[in-house]
Design a protein around this ligand. Sequence first.
Ligand code: KG4
Ligand code: ZN
Length: 330
Amino acid sequence: MALILGIESSCDETAAALIGSDRAILAHRLAGQEAAHAPFGGVVPEIAARAHSEVLRPLIEGALTDAGVTLADVDAVAATAGPGLIGGVMVGLVTGKALALAASKPFVAVNHLEGHALSPRLTDPDLAFPYLLLLVSGGHCQLLLVEGVNRYTRLATTIDDAAGEAFDKTAKLLGLGYPGGPAVESAAARGDARAIRLPRPLKGSAEPHFSFAGLKSAVARAVEAREHAPDDIAASFQAAVVDCLIDRTARAIRRAAGATALVVAGGVAANQAIRSALQALAAEHGLRFVAPPLWLCTDNAAMIGWAGVERFAAGLTDPLDTPARARWPL
Ligand code: KG4
Ligand code: ZN
C-alpha cells in the first residue's frame, strides 16, 4: 500500500489530502475562498495566491494529524503544477517540492485536469480504461478519451467560454452572486425552461467543439430586456447548456468506440439537471454512467492525491525543477 500526500491550489480552493493506493481517503482538508472573492464577483488571482500561502501549511499539518501519520510515513508528495492561476499554483507546487525534498520522498507533478479525469476511479474501483470523460468546470469544457494514466486523447474543447464560466456569468447578470453555478441551478428549479428561446451554439455542428459565448450574450440581452423573470432566464439558460452538452457528448460517443463508460467530472458536474441528462444519454447508448460524489467534482486535493497514486504506481515521478504552468493541455 502506497500513501500519497496530495496538494491543490490552482484556483480558489486550498486543499491537502492523504490518499492510499487502496483508495482509502485517510484525510482531506479544504479551505474555500468564496468570501474573499465574493465582493469582486469572481476570483481575484492576487487575493487567491495570498490566501493559499496563508492556509496551506496548517491544512497539510491538519491532514497529517487527521490521518495519524507523519511525512515520514508518506511514499510520495503530489501537487498540482498547472493549469491554473500561476500564483496559486506556485504556492502549492513549491510547498509540495519543499516537503518532498525535506523528507527525501519522490515528487509527483499533477496536471489539475488529470486530477479531475482520474478522480472517478478513486470512488469507483470498477471504472476501467478507456472511458469517455466530459470535463466541465469553471475553466474547462472538454471531451476526453481516457485511455490510461498519462494517456488522454482530447476529442473536443470549447472555442470560447467554459460551461462553468457561462454559469458564473449568467449568475452575475442575474445578480445571483458568486459562485454562480449552484445559484443558477436553484433559480432554474423555480423557473420555466421554455420561457425564452435561447441559442444552442454549435448544436448539430459537424465539428466536435463547444461554444457558450453566443448563449452568454443572449442571456445578457434577455436580462436587459426585462421581459422575463430571472428564474425563467436561469431555467432557459440551463436547458440550453444541457442541450449543448448532450449534443456534443452524443457526437463523441459515436466516435469513441470501445469506451466502457460515460464519465462526468469537474465543478459543473455537480449540476443535477446535467447529471440526469447525461445518465439518460449513457443509458440510450448502453454505456455505464459514472459521476463522482459532488465533493469530488469541485476542486479538491483527494483527486490530486489519487492522480499521485496512479502516477506513482506507473513509475511517473518528477524532478524538483518542474515548473508551474498557467497553461498545460492534457
Ligand atoms: O472544477 P471547479 O471547482 O473549478 C475549476 O477547476 O474550474 O469548477 C468550478 C465551476 C464554477 O464555474 C461553478 O459555477 C461551477 O463549477 N459549478 C456549477 C455547479 N456547482 C459548481 N455549475 C452548475 N451547477 C452547479 N450546481
Ligand atoms: Zn477544477
